[in-house]
Ligand binder design. Structure first.
Ligand code: ADP
Ligand code: ADP
Length: 223
């Protein structure tokens, strides 16, 4: 089954604003697909529909062949980093990871836990309360949390916002490596250079519509 098929997805918010008009694309195994566009293009709205966090006004999203509706849990095969309450500040980073993992129903083996602890790169702070973390530390923990159990499809909304340049480079390597075992990554960004360096394929959005799509090297060639 194809990891993600988005078909004519659209969203008009209650205030009448058409944030997403009619967006279609698919993501194949092994791809790191960049959803590229300026702020306000509709990237987050699209990802929220794909994750079943909000209801589309029209169209469908299918994850591994299964149609997404709000409330339908895709937790086992899909990991996501998207703005929202995701971490519990009173608990340590390690306890946040453990608790979240139990909720996903993904297989819990020590090697996979070690892998995301390495990705979070928190050192001894892993055992401190998340409430004491810097913004960048929280972000790395939340991204690592999304990768717990190495889900087949990983969806990240602007994961490098708020990270410093060395952390951004690390994240780039992590995402590229992640997709190399036949897993799939969908990542949004407003930075062309970042998509060029991280992604295999790109969907460019502007004003709620897809304006171009294809392999990243073709985008670069087209200037
Ligand atoms: P829906 O049409 O799906 O019911 P709502 O209009 O209820 O969505 O908005 C959902 C949430 O998004 C609300 O909490 C609202 O405050 C927030 N929101 C409203 N306008 C914006 C905006 N321009 N950008 C980001 N969030 C917004
Ligand atoms: P992006 O992720 O590309 O920055 P968004 O999907 O967050 O784009 O937002 C697209 C547009 O929809 C923006 O103009 C934003 O203000 C608006 N928007 C987002 N959420 C809501 C909401 N809940 N109600 C009304 N408008 C919204």
């Amino acid at each position: 089954e194809v990891p993600l098929v988005v078909d004519n997805l659209g969203k008009t918010y209650r205030n009448g604003f058409r944030a997403v008009r009619s967006v279609s694309f698919r993501v194949e195994p092994g791809q790191v697909l960049g959803l590229l566009g300026p702020n306000g293009a509709g990237k987050t709205t699209t990802l929220r529909m794909v994750l079943g966090l909000i209801n589309p006004t029209r169209g469908t999203a299918r994850v591994f062949g299964r149609r997404i509706t709000p409330g339908a849990s895709v937790l086992t095969r899909v990991g996501a980093f998207i703005e929202g309450p995701g971490l519990l500040p009173q608990l340590s980073g390690a306890d946040n990871l453990r608790l979240f993992w139990q909720a996903t129903g993904r297989p819990a083996d020590q090697a996979a836990l070690d892998e995301v602890v390495r990705i979070a790169d928190l050192g001894p702070a892993l055992d401190r309360k998340v409430g004491s973390y810097s913004q960048g530390m929280r972000q790395r923990l939340a991204i690592a949390q999304a990768m717990l159990g190495l889900p087949d499809l990983l969806i990240l909304d602007e994961p490098t916002n708020g990270l410093d340049p060395p952390q951004i480079r690390r994240m780039r390597e992590v995402l590229r490596a992640y997709a190399q075992d036949g897993r799939t990554v969908l990542v949004s960004s407003h930075l062309l250079a970042e998509v060029e360096q991280t992604c295999t394929d790109v969907v460019v959005m502007n004003r709620g519509a897809v304006i171009s799509a294809g392999p990243v090297h073709e985008l670069v060639a087209a200037g």
